[in-house]
Ligand binder design. Structure first.
Ligand code: GCB
Length: 891
């Protein structure tokens, strides 16, 4: 029916609103003979990890198998310091068998088996008869179980799942995306399975796992919204049928506000897709987190004499949106600055086999943070989370798992040749994503890939991603003309620095996201903004977002001065304080760039990654704002919450760095108060302003023993406070600094060094950064001539100054040096203490007798007044260097 005709029809109906409402209220409620019946198959499965012959046969003896419930996975990894006894990262086959008895009184003639998601390849047999195969770990899929099902009798369902790694020789998943990625692909029936009975005449059950009913807003203004609804109506009966397709749009109170009826002739076996156009008067808009108002679309197929055959209900949010390359995102004509996170779906112990309560908890934590957008990375998540996003007004980026490469890896590397099977699988997973999520008002863009040329950027093969991306982009348009496409790009080379083997993938999709890790994996954190500006200039018509930015943050690893020491992005030391600091620098730059339509932190939660041993955990990517088990909000969580949420926030940082190395330290809090006050053991340390939500009390002198810090503020007349206790077990007149290091150290003799601090200038280095992701583990030769060679592995180099905050008095200052590589004569420098040169023309290699030999110099220095000790390292030839500094009161 053309839209204008529908509008007329609805106007006529609205002349009798009371009658219409009463009639449709009836239509939208109550049980009917033709109503679908849904039998969850969650309990009582027999499970066997690994392959077994003949398990698809009904008579197969599975008595020795484990009894499990769904959701289920056999894989367990991540979130712990060491691999525990339940560690299981085995990829391969997992068999499930279930005996169940469908009710004998099923009057419906069609029965479908529905899998909400199973990983990665799934083969299904019912009573020994093969129903089909599904390839892809994330989409919902269904099979027609009718011919194999026995009503009222015991049926045997056998399912073989296989999450073999695609890179394994001869793997069955070679052509199933994703080919790689750091997230672990958990195996098994990790979402629900159910049996659904319908009438032979029904809304299509075999439309890529989708609802068979699709609605979108054709147009909306202040007075009217025109909603286009397409129901795919299938007649699986042997005879032709005359039916009526009745559609109602029902408001949040359950009141129908628009209806349409469409008579339909269905030949035997036919599928028809009648389009209906409904006009909603005075539409209440779905307006993001401000007002996520939801209608429902209810479509019912009835016989000509009014008997219901089938009915499907889908969410409807009436909204308009657009993306502008210079001004960002607009929802219902209003600019909204989209700020949010990316999320993976796994949890400790459960992997991907999570419950609706887990989904709800994740959303609650994200809402508490104050997100208004969410990237559901790097694949289709469970319907529950899209439903929550609809309900809570969170704008969603939805995506398919085309990650890191667009062709299978061959033994010779990635040749960039996308096979037909691979392309078809990516296309199928895109169909599933779009069909299954079409009706979610929260979804505003379809992403067709993530970092598709990453491997090629590392020199591992070549990337020829454009043909596949172009196909997927076109498929997304064909499936949904209402939403723009996007993708996340990592590796675009600058036009003046093309990289052989690396293709440019920008400007295929309508929008683009950049994954950027300036200051973590590469560059400096301050480079983020300028790099984005350059990209914006390069693609002036392309609306850009930052689809990832983030840093690791370990709960048990701490540093005294973030950014003073070496950054071990792919290694073992990820101090929480550095994660916070980098986000402070990044967010200031992102916030100042209104052309970005959205920003997405990588990641909301730590997640399992069998390729990583970083920070303080194995098998875990620790870039979450919240711990893997969801119990600990890292400091940086409160930085964003202070900016994004309207809840009052006052959070003292560093509560997990309890045993402090230095007697003097900055204290910092995150808050959305204008100012905050701090006391230490009851002493007032004054009120600090909180610009950009960061309140700082510099150089606070700690007491020996416990230090109770209490912060307080007033936000809109409401008092808010936070407190923590630190311990300082050292002495006020003794400071030992480990130069270049982001971690502290206690020597064999028990001397405690803090991480590099109190310093300006120079650059930090570590000769032995430890194992790093993606690199062979090598241990450099140790320094000789010291009982503490580790103290000589890190150093600071250049022209630099330490301002050591010790009280007045006489100090023994010991400087620890090593020459890492240079010969005598290549490096000569002076060291001045409070202006006077105390070490003159030092050539470490010459004095120590060559590189990698420890050299100590001790001088006595008088510190007058309260300004502390300034040590100035002044190069004469080459660069100055120091490994550690002891400033100890002469006693
Ligand atoms: C990326 C990837 C993401 C990784 C992340 C990281 O760019 O898209 O999947 O987890 O980097 O932490 O390195």
């Amino acid at each position: 029916m053309p839209p204008h005709a529908a509008r007329r029809l609805n106007r006529q109906r609205l002349r009798h609103p009371v009658l219409a409402v009463a009639a449709l209220a009836l239509m939208a409620s109550g049980a009917h003979a033709g109503e679908r019946r849904d039998l969850p198959l969650s309990a009582g499965w027999q499970f066997h990890q690994g392959d077994v012959g003949g398990a698809e046969a009904p008579a197969f003896n599975d008595t020795g198998w484990a009894t499990v419930g769904l959701p289920h996975t056999w894989n367990h990894l991540g979130g712990t310091a060491q691999r525990g006894p339940d560690y299981n990262a085995t990829r391969g086959a997992g068999w499930y068998r279930l005996r169940f008895t469908p009710p004998a009184d099923y009057t419906h003639a069609k029965v479908w088996l529905q899998f909400d998601g199973a990983s990665i390849n799934t083969e299904v047999w019912l009573n020994g008869r093969k129903l089909g195969v599904h390839q892809g770990a994330f989409g919902r899929f269904r099979f027609d179980a009718t011919p194999a099902l026995k009503l009222g009798k015991v049926n045997v369902l056998a399912v073989r799942t296989d999450n073999s790694s695609p890179s394994k020789a001869g793997s069955p998943t070679t052509d199933v995306i994703p080919m790689s990625g750091d997230f672990f692909l958990f195996g098994g029936l990790y979402r629900q399975v159910s049996l659904i009975a319908t009438d032979p005449v029904h809304i299509d059950m075999l439309d890529w796992g989708g609802p068979g009913l699709y609605a979108h807003t054709d147009s909306v203004d202040g007075h009217t919204a025109i909603i286009a609804v397409t129901a795919r109506v299938k007649n699986d009966a042997a005879q032709a049928r005359q039916v009526v397709v009745k559609t109602a749009i029902v408001d949040a109170q359950g009141v129908p506000v628009a209806t349409d009826s469409h008579p339909l002739s269905l030949a035997a076996g036919a599928l028809e897709e009648p389009e209906q156009s409904l006009s909603v008067p005075n539409p209440h808009l779905w307006d993001g987190r401000t007002d996520p108002y939801l209608y429902q679309v209810v479509t019912r197929v009835e016989t000509a004499d009014g008997q219901m055959l089938d009915q499907v209900t889908q969410p409807l949010g009436i909204r308009s949106f657009r993306f502008d390359p210079d001004q960002g995102f607009f929802l219902n004509g209003r600019h909204v600055s989209l700020h949010g996170v990316s999320r993976h779906q796994d949890r400790p112990g459960k992997g991907w086999a999570i419950t609706p309560a887990d989904q709800a908890q994740d959303m609650d934590i994200m809402l508490d943070l104050g997100i208004n957008t969410l990237r559901l990375a790097h694949y289709q998540h469970d319907q529950a989370i899209y439903d929550l996003a609809d309900k809570d007004g969170v704008v969603v980026w939805a995506e398919i798992p085309l990650v890191n490469r667009t062709a299978p890896e061959t033994p010779e590397g990635d040749k960039g040749v996308t096979s037909a099977a691979f392309a078809d699988n990516a296309d199928s997973q895109l169909h599933e994503l779009i069909k299954q999520n079409y009706n979610h008002p929260s979804v505003v863009t379809w992403s067709i890939g993530n970092e598709v040329n990453l491997m090629a950027s590392f020199g591992r093969g070549v990337s020829k991603a454009r043909p596949l991306l172009t196909r997927l982009n076109q498929a997304a348009y064909d499936l949904d003309h209402t939403r723009p496409t996007t993708m996340a790009d990592c590796c675009e080379p600058w036009p003046d620095q093309p990289k052989p083997g690396l293709d440019v993938v920008a400007e295929i999709t309508d929008l683009l996201g950049y994954n950027r890790y300036q200051g973590w994996y590469y560059d400096k954190p301050e480079d983020l903004g300028p790099v984005l500006d350059r990209l914006h200039k390069l693609h002036p018509r392309l609306p850009l977002s930052v689809s990832e930015y983030g840093a690791g943050g370990a709960l048990t690893q701490h540093t005294d001065q973030a950014q003073a020491g070496v950054v071990y992005a792919k290694g073992h030391f990820h101090p929480e304080e550095l994660e916070s600091r980098l986000h402070e620098i990044w967010w200031a730059q992102l916030k100042a760039r209104p052309y970005l339509w959205g920003t997405f932190i990588w990641n909301m939660f730590d997640f399992a990654s069998d390729s990583r041993t970083e920070g303080d955990m194995v098998d875990t990517n620790d870039k979450g704002l919240v711990s893997y088990d969801r119990t600990v909000k890292k400091d940086v969580f409160f930085f964003y919450k202070a900016d994004w949420s309207d809840q009052p926030v006052l959070h003292l940082n560093g509560r997990r760095y309890v045993d402090r190395a230095y007697p003097v330290t900055d204290v910092q809090a995150y808050s959305n108060a204008a100012t905050a006050r701090l006391t230490l053991n009851g002493r007032d340390l004054g009120t600090a302003p909180c610009p950009e939500h960061i309140c700082r009390w510099p150089a606070v002198r700690l007491d020996v023993g416990d230090n109770v810090l209490v912060a307080s503020a007033d936000i809109g007349g409401k008092a808010i406070g936070d407190s923590l206790t630190w311990r300082f077990g050292g002495r006020a007149d003794e400071i030992r600094i480990r130069a270049g290091a982001s971690a502290g150290l206690t020597t064999a003799a028990g001397a405690r060094y803090g991480s590099d601090a109190f310093v300006t200038g120079g650059t930090p280095h570590d000769r032995n950064p430890g194992p790093e992701f993606g690199k062979p583990d090598t241990t450099p030769p140790a320094v000789t001539g010291t009982p503490d060679p580790v103290l000589f592995e890190t150093y600071r180099e250049g022209a630099f100054r330490y301002h050591v905050p010790v009280p007045a008095g006489r100090y023994q200052v010991t400087l620890h040096f090593v020459e890492p590589a240079l010969a005598a004569g290549a490096r000569v420098f002076d060291v001045a203490a409070n202006g006077g040169v105390v070490v003159k023309r030092l050539d470490v290699a010459a004095e120590a007798g060559g590189p990698l030999k420890a050299l100590d110099r001790t001088v006595s220095v008088e510190v007058k007044g309260g300004d502390g000790l300034e040590l100035d390292f002044r190069p004469v030839t080459g660069q100055a260097i120091v490994c550690a500094i002891d400033v100890v009161a002469a006693r």
